[in-house]
Unconditional design. Structure first.
Length: 255
């Protein structure tokens, strides 16, 4: 068998698995077992091929033989775990029951599990499903964490906007309260002054109008022109002066 990569794509794949073994019969056996379980399976004969494929199109899981020429499984796994693109791919080692198998070293280089040869089909399926369930759970958690992070960022942004609005409202309320207090003080002063004087009603009205104009910061002409009342007010006041007089008690009577 040559070193050509074989890629098979069954329908409704439960996951993408890469099998690495220099013995074609082992590749075929695992391929048959896993494709029947609806997995998408790729097969290669060497560690170098496995590394190249994993970098280009990372699988969900790698089944990696330990005893291989040129580059053994320990070295392949170590390289995969030191590459940012492939370090999160779970690796299950394949080892013959009679072969010397350093389990401690296997886990040290990054393997998550191992399967012994000859293959026991239920065991192969169970170990593969277990790892892929963990992969799927991890992916779901990562998506949820990303969504939570985005939500927190949006909430933080909204919080800052609300703080700005609240500061602006506080400043506005302060200005309005200050202006109202000033106006009330002016009105109170006018009222008390008018009560304490012996002005006629017309004189009081004239004085109040002049005081309001003065407190507005406008000249008399500007104030009255703005409201288009100057002529009407003056005419009405003139008419009142002609039509009403006040007696010694301060009571108005028509002339």
């Amino acid at each position: 068998m040559n070193n050509k990569v074989t890629i098979d794509h069954p329908d409704k794949s439960k996951g993408n698995i890469l099998i690495v073994d220099d013995i074609p019969e082992n590749l075929q056996l695992l391929f048959d077992i896993l494709t029947k379980e609806k997995y998408d399976v790729r097969r290669v004969l060497t560690g170098k091929q496995a590394i190249k494929i994993a970098e280009i199109d990372p699988p969900d899981l790698i089944l990696l033989d330990i005893k291989m020429p040129e580059m053994d499984g320990y070295e392949v796994c170590s390289i995969l775990k030191n590459d940012v693109k492939t370090k999160n791919i779970p690796v299950i080692f394949l080892s013959a029951l009679y072969e010397t198998f350093d389990k401690v070293k296997a886990f040290q280089v990054g393997a998550v599990d191992y399967i012994t040869k000859p293959f026991h089909i239920p065991e192969v399926i169970a170990r593969v499903e277990n790892q892929l369930q963990l992969v799927n759970t991890k992916k779901k958690l990562e998506k949820k964490n990303a969504l939570l992070l985005l939500t927190n960022q949006q909430l933080e942004s909204q919080k800052k906007e609300l703080e700005i609005v609240n500061r602006e409202l506080d400043a506005f309320n302060h200005r309005v309260s200050h202006d109202i207090r000033n106006e009330l003080a002016i009105i109170q002063g006018f009222s008390q002054f008018l009560l304490d004087t012996n002005f006629t009603e017309i004189e009081k009205a004239k004085f109040a109008l002049e005081s309001i104009i003065s407190s507005s910061g406008l000249k008399e002409d500007e104030f009255l022109d703005k409201w288009k009342l100057r002529d009407d007010l003056r005419q009405e006041m003139s008419k009142l002066d002609d039509k009403f007089k006040v007696d010694h008690t301060g009571t108005y009577y028509r002339v």
